[in-house]
Design a binder for this molecule. Structure first.
Ligand code: SF4
Ligand code: ZN
Ligand code: ZN
Length: 325
């Protein structure tokens, strides 16, 4: 019988890169320490800061919410607010909202719910069809825009998201293959912000394997969405590269962790010190590299009018009501 690396109980949760396992209680403790070390290593959360945690209801964001709420003193933030975006995906978003709210309630974390249909009249699926763009690409753009706008409206210092190591490794690999330098520069543990315009984005699960996020929510007894989004589409490069990295991890335990750390070091070496401040979209005032931001362009194409400024106003009202309640 394999023993827990921290006590004499039986090990039931295994972590490939430590070449051993833990009992339930010590696995939860080990994973939380791992997240805390990542936050410290990359200086993600300034002491006393206001942190927004994006909660989708899936295992990754539920793990992140739980660690941040439970380990408040060690993380050192001043305030934690959860934001859940209801994407209007029928047969899926209802449960995602319920699970997110129930976890926040259990942890005593205030949760602001943003409903995409109430904001722009349609959900992600319709937006994807009307704009003739893949659902996940539209969804990612919408989530980034809303999270940034709500963080600015709340005066938050940091937005934390539940991207784990496997996602980051595969996205980095894909973007290297397609030479998307700009996309690559976003795939880092910390994306610094610009006060009043761009909220700093941090990814505290950056060094946590996906299989461990699932094991964590099970071991900690946390409710999470059990099914996948019906709009999820995994392309061939993504599917095959995930399989390839898994195979390497089985042959060389710790391969994925070493790989992502080395990629980050290489990227940091090639980075110039001067960071450009993005301009503001002429229509909504949110950050944009072009005259009109991608959210305003998307909504104009799909719905016949750019909706950025209307969305920003509605989010400001929502924040005022949420703070007052
Ligand atoms: Fe959005 Fe795609 Fe994730 Fe569904 S799978 S929630 S469409 S990003
Ligand atoms: Zn133990
Ligand atoms: Zn805009």
């Amino acid at each position: 019988m394999a023993k827990c690396l921290r006590c004499s109980s039986r090990a039931s949760y295994f972590v490939s890169y430590v070449r051993g396992g833990f009992c339930r209680e010590h696995f939860v403790e080990y994973m939380e320490e791992r997240v805390l070390r990542t936050i410290e290593r990359y200086r993600m959360v300034p002491r006393g800061s206001k942190v927004i945690v994006a909660v989708s209801g899936g295992k990754d964001s539920i793990m992140l919410l739980n660690v941040l709420a439970k380990r408040r003193d060690e993380v050192g933030y001043g305030e934690l607010v959860a934001v859940h975006i209801n994407l209007g995906i029928r047969g899926y978003s209802e449960e995602a909202e319920r699970v997110s709210l129930e976890n926040c309630r259990a942890l005593g974390v205030k949760c602001v719910v943003v409903n995409l249909r109430e904001l722009i009249g349609v959900g992600v699926e319709e937006l994807s069809k009307l704009s003739r763009r893949p659902a996940c690409s539209v969804c990612g753009l919408v989530k980034r825009y809303i999270l940034n706008a709500i963080a600015i409206a709340m005066g938050a210092d940091v937005v934390a998201t539940g991207h784990h190591l496997d996602d980051m490794l595969v996205y980095t690999f894909k973007n290297m293959l397609s030479s998307s330098v700009e996309e690559l520069s976003k795939l880092t543990p910390v994306s610094p912000g610009v006060k009043g315009l761009v909220a700093s984005r941090v990814r505290p699960l950056f060094e946590v394997y996906e299989e461990n996020t699932l094991a964590y929510v099970i071991a900690a007894g946390l409710q999470h969405l059990s099914r996948e989004c019906p709009l999820k589409h995994v392309g061939v490069v993504e599917r095959e590269s995930r399989g390839y990295f898994e195979k390497l991890e089985r042959e060389i335990p710790g391969f994925k962790l070493t790989a992502i750390r080395n990629i980050m070091k290489t990227m940091a070496m090639g980075k110039s010190e001067t960071t450009e401040t993005p301009a503001r979209c002429e229509l909504c005032g949110m950050p944009s590299r072009e005259r009109i931001c991608s959210f305003c362009r998307l909504t104009e194409k799909a719905l016949g009018k750019p909706m950025g400024s209307q969305v920003v106003k509605k989010l400001e009202e929502l924040v005022k009501t949420a703070i007052a309640s």
